[in-house]
Design a protein around this ligand. Structure first.
Ligand SMILES: Nc1ncnc2c1ncn2[C@@H]1O[C@H](COP(=O)(O)OP(=O)(O)OP(=O)(O)O)[C@@H](O)[C@H]1O
Ligand SMILES: [Mg+2]
Length: 501
């Protein structure tokens, strides 16, 4: 209840700055973002897997060198035919026999502060003078193991030290593995990948932008047309192309315009008709007043009588118009459990005042149903009023009700001329009067009120041929019935109820 109240439009306009960006831009941005994330993710994954592969490969290489050395160590000295006694000689022999890979240096130390007894291979020997290398070898001299170094000139280098000891002598085998070349290779690949990914991304964004633009074009047309359409010109329609959901939206929009246009036309027509109907009694009033001879009491009396009649007629018209205006309101009918038999009987006794006819109760539905008693009575009285207007003193007007399959039927039957088949739809329209000349001075609103009451109950009204000949108007209303009352229809004998004794 507290806090500022916003109108719907205001609330719709508040969407933050994001809402102001066009859908096309948003779609493109989302696609660009997702693609970038996917491509970057793929790149990172490839890089990580490749790096892991290099490390595994290098480890395997080192393991292989060590295994080869162990094999030699476990065998006999080919010169003596006995086990190796001198570590220096064992290492020497291993280095002589072993051809290192391109990215590898094999070295043998026979004392902690010795110069390496032999180095093999490669123009990367300057690495051996780097202090980091010397420190690593000193570190690992006793325990052995692998240390990873990062050299400015040589990139990533692994230094593996394998201590070799026997009873009298000791030394160590050092394997230096250079990973820079492999890393260079991955970096090269990643660079190529980045360029390809960027180009694909550009292409994707371009495609996304043009495609979303193309897909959303009907939406733009829809918006433009909608803003062009004003309340006074509802004749424009949006072209429907294709068969997708946007076309469906366009179609829905066009159907809505059809309905709106229809509604406006009916409203205009209604106002036009109502204006004309109101004008006639005013003209009559004016004419009589102009011709009134104020000095003649007889004339004054006569005119007064006539004018009161006209004013009554006008009041009735205005009353009907107000009632019709109310029909679209949700509270136009308020259904409540109603005794249909009692309703039929009371309406008949009220209708008897309308004129001297043979009033008959055809049948009554012994059921309680959810109906708006007042409105239904009003509708039946309108029908009785019409029946009286279209019959003479000798004629019969009958009322009845029945209940069948969840529908309450209420009818008014007369023995008048009936309604020609061609007019049976039109008479229910507002100001719809039958073309049959019958000297009737109605407005043609009665039946449209009846129809509005039927529709408000979710039912319908129609006119049919009666037997004996005449008109029979039937209100058919779906109604939830009360379990307390049996759903039966009592046939009543034709008993003239008018004139009342
Ligand atoms: N019982 C009837 N028998 C023959 N024609 C009828 C009967 N009831 C209605 N009609 C025809 O239907 C037309 C429309 O009826 P409706 O009640 O809407 O208007 P109205 O009676 O002419 O005017 P209002 O009811 O507004 O005073 C009538 O003009 C009449 O031609
Ligand atoms: Mg009428």
């Amino acid at each position: 209840m507290t806090g500022p109240t916003l109108t719907t439009t205001e609330r719709h306009r508040r969407g933050g700055s994001f809402a102001r960006i066009s859908v096309r831009t948003r779609i493109t941005a989302v696609i660009a973002l997702l693609s970038t994330a996917a491509m970057a993710g793929a790149g990172v994954l490839v890089y990580t897997l490749e790096s892991a592969r290099i490390e595994r490969q290098t480890s395997e290489q080192i393991d292989q060198e060590i295994a080869e050395f162990r094999r030699l160590q476990g065998g006999d000295d080919p010169e003596t035919g006995e086990a190796f006694t001198d570590v220096g000689r064992l290492l020497d022999l291993f280095l002589r026999r072993n051809v290192p890979d391109d990215d590898e240096i094999l070295l043998a130390y026979t004392g902690a502060d010795d110069e390496p007894s032999r180095t093999v291979n490669r123009n990367a020997e300057e690495f051996l003078t780097e202090p980091a290398y010397e420190a690593a070898v000193a570190d690992l001299f006793d325990q052995g193991g692998t240390e990873v170094l990062e050299s400015d000139a040589f990139g990533e280098v692994w230094v593996t030290v394998l201590p070799v000891v026997n009873e009298t002598t000791q030394g160590s085998l050092v394997i230096v593995s250079f990973l820079a070349d492999e890393h260079d290779e991955i970096n090269q690949t990643m660079q190529t990948y980045a360029i390809v990914a960027l180009l694909s991304l550009g292409l994707l964004v371009l495609l996304a932008s043009t495609q979303s633009g193309r897909l959303l074009a009907p939406l733009r047309t829809l918006r433009e047309t909608a803003s062009d359409i004003t309340a006074t010109d509802l004749s424009r329609r949006i072209p429907e192309q294709g068969n997708d959901d946007i076309t469906a939206l366009t179609r829905t929009f066009n159907v809505m315009l059809d309905r709106l246009e229809g509604g406006f036309i009916t409203q205009r027509q209604f106002l036009d008709d109502a204006g004309h109907e109101l004008k006639t009694p005013l003209t009559v009033l004016r004419g009589h007043l102009e011709l009134l001879d104020a000095s003649s009491p007889e004339d004054v009396d006569e005119t007064r009588e006539l004018l009161l009649e006209e004013v009554d007629r006008m009041a009735r018209l205005v009353g009907d118009l107000i009632l019709l205006a109310k029909t679209s309101r949700p509270d136009f009918v308020t259904p409540a459990p109603t005794d249909v038999a009692a309703l039929t009987e009371t309406t008949l006794s009220k209708a008897r005042a309308l004129g001297e006819r043979t009033w008959v109760l055809d049948a009554t539905a012994e059921v309680r149903a959810d109906l708006d008693e007042q409105r239904v009575t009003q509708a039946l009285l309108q029908l009785c009023d019409n029946a009286v207007k279209h019959t003479g003193p000798g004629d019969t007007v009958a009322l009845g009700s029945s209940y069948d399959e969840g529908r309450v039927r209420l009818w008014v039957r007369d023995t008048g001329p009936g309604v020609p088949a061609a007019d049976r739809e039109q008479i229910f329209e507002r100001f719809g009067r039958s073309v049959v000349p019958d000297g009737d001075e109605g407005f043609g609103l009665g039946l449209s009120i009846v129809r509005a009451i039927a529709l408000a109950h979710g039912g319908s009204v129609r006119v049919e041929e009666a037997d004996p000949p005449g008109a029979r108007f039937v209100l058919s209303l779906p109604a939830r019935t009360d379990a307390s009352g049996p759903a039966t229809t009592t046939q009543t004998m034709e008993v003239p109820l008018w004139p009342a004794s």
